[in-house]
Design a binder for this molecule. Sequence first.
Ligand code: RIB
Length: 295
Amino acid sequence: MKVINFGSINIDHVYSVEHFVRPGETLRSEGYQVFSGGKGANQSIALAYAGAKVFHAGKIGHDSEWLREGLRRCGVDTSMIDSVDIPTGHAIIQVNAQGENAIIIHAGANESFGEEEIKRVLDVCESGDYLLLQNEINGVDRILNQAKNRGIHIVFNPAPMSEAVKTYPLDEVEVFIINEVEGEMLTAEHEPKMIIKRMQELYPQSQVLLTLGKDGLVYAYGKKHITKAALEVQTVDTTGAGDTFIGYFLAGLMKEEDIEMCLDMAIKASALCVTRKGAADSIPTREELFRVNVI
Ligand code: RIB
């Protein structure tokens, strides 16, 4: 069984700042680094590190082979990454003194998927495989529609969230992994409890995983409700923590591990991720998780 992650690949330009730049302000950054990133690519790396057989379907510009090579070295199958005549997607990321981030993305090649390519990728999926999607490429609604009736498990992380997501055929989604902002936009509720309740009313067949940052998470599926606290760590940079969580959680799910175990592993992996700089580069390997004491 494999997972195909149909997702973004970005070059992250990361600026260390005292505070996020304000309207009209010119701010000197205290550090600048270029990392590989993209919600899709980060999640593929986390999946591979967690032991899943993962194929990344994505697009990069001709000058960004280093990104493909980086994914390959982490254990991701990159045969479905095309290089095209469009610049690679990129992100401009401010990381403040508290390790929080503010991100602007430019989609570039991530928004150049056509009907034929979507079909080509989905034709590689076999019944029982997993399809992971974020909202950082074009055509997510078409992918969901075309993935219907193929016996594929669909996992959706609607990030970055947009109003359009509400028009997607979300009944096809087997597992939603959302944060509070995404949950609020999907349900028009504000309290985590109410977000979960509404999500279960809207999508009664789906598992819902609501991540709450420092406040932990809630997992709900039918009558099963699990809450977990976050681990307290020294935060350096939160970029990629959500992606790390998703990759590790999904890898556990694919191995049919007990859900509590999947969540604990994902929490540990994302906690270790925030203690390091960068997105893809901060994702811990499984071996590191056992070696490093996160708590
Ligand atoms: O989730 C973190 C990612 O969001 C970054 O790597 C950046 O590229 C944006 O996609």
